[in-house]
Structure formats: C-alpha cells, structure tokens
Write a protein that binds this ligand. Sequence first.
Ligand SMILES: [Zn+2]
Length: 278
Amino acid sequence: MRVLFVTDLHGCVWKYDRLFEAAQDFRADVVINCGDMLPKGGDLFAQDKFIAGYLDAHFAQFDSAGIYYLCYLGNDDLGIFDKVFKKVCNEHSFVICLAQRRFEVGGFEFVGLNWVVDYPFRLKDRCRMDTKDYVFEEQLGTGLLSTSNGWKEIEDWFSYAKTLPTIKDELDRLVRPQNMARSIYVTHMPPYKLGLDECSDGSKVGSKAIYNFLLEYQPKLSLHGHVHESPEASGRWYAKLGDTICIQPGQLVPFTYVTIDLDTIKFDRHTEAYKRAR
Ligand SMILES: [Zn+2]
C-alpha cells in the first residue's frame, strides 16, 4: 500500500496540480490531504468558490485514476463550508471526507480528526481546549465563528470554549479501529514534545491529548500538519512515539509531501520548487 501524504495546501493551485502528477508517479493507492485545503488570503466567505471551481475537478482526476483521496478541511477553512465540502467529496467515489470518521482501504484503517488546540488567532470554528486543565494563550481579539450571515463575535471566548468538548473528548469519541497495529491516525493538529509542533519564534504549540492518545493506543502511524514551519524550526519532520511513527512534513514555499510504503514503512519527504504542471 502506497500512500502520498500532504497537508496545508491553502488553495495553492500549482501544488494541487503537482500533487496529482506526484501521486501518479509514485503509483499511490491513497492520497491523504490533512486539512487547510482552501485559500487563506482575501475573503474567507468566498472559500466555497474554490471547492466548486477547483477541488471538484481535482477530485475527479483521482476518481478516474482510481486513487483514494482522504481529506478534510482545517482550522483556516470556514466551518460553514463543511456541508458543501462533504457533498462534493461524496460525488466522487474515491474521495472520502475523513473528518471524525474511520475509513478502511487495503487492509489499513484511517481515522481522521480536524479539531485543533486553541490559539491566539480569532477564527475559532475548529478550536478546542486540549484537555480540561488547558491554559489559554493571550488572544489577538474577540473570538469569531463563521455563520451564513457573516461573523458571529464571541466576546468571552474562554467561557464559550469551556462549554465545548476538549481535544481529549473528541479523540475518545472517535470510532476505534479494529486493529491499531494496522491503523493510521490523521489529525491536523500535531502532538506536543516531539519537535513536530514548533513555530518560528520557538514556541511549541502541540497537543498533549494527541500525544497521550498515541502513546496509549499505539497506531502504526500518525500524520499531522498545521504548523507549516515546524520541520525547519525544529529540524525534525518525523518522530517515534513508542512504536508509532508520527509524521509532520510542513508546508512552506516549495511543494512539500511525504511518500510512504505502508508494507515496508519506508517513508521519504520531498520538497519541490515551483514547477508548472505537465
Ligand atoms: Zn492549520
């Protein structure tokens, strides 16, 4: 089973175009796109145009090539577009929206989670406290939640967040795979402690709940994104946690992805400068 893993493409069309070529060249059985899929600049309320105007055709390529494409939206993709995103995924038989669900392919079970630990930024659609004793970071303003009528401002975000399930709760709620030793957890949020969560200012923002969950249940692999600069900041893009291999390829200016052979557990990170699609 050959897997191509990519994350945080943020609507970058040349990278998406190269992704399809790279998947074909690697003879991938499965592509995993770990969230933050939509354009980040400009009007976030127009992100749905990218779903209809680009992703639909992008997904169709994988569908005709018979390559599974497991994906979900991330914290920079507005929650109000979950519905249309899922609908477009469902129109392609090889495309699976993996948010908070399990999907089995080729004898391996993939489980997805796209909640993130709270941060100082205002967009809170997918933010959660990590654990019950989570200490909030200083905020850059009031909280914002997307609604079909524009932003809903949350004056007291800390009180509001305390009413929501934590990342730990969300992990516990997920459907458990039948065989952890042949399972791959795909969480946009990286675990803490492993050097996969380091920002350019040196701060480490990873999830304790995800770390503890992986340590306790020991899936074969865990795949993460979210902190684009972490591999360059920490010098690491993968780590071992017990027997689990955790991978966070990052995503800066070059197109960055990881190829994985699940049978031999050989994995490689690729970075490519801008290249026009063939
Ligand atoms: Zn993110």
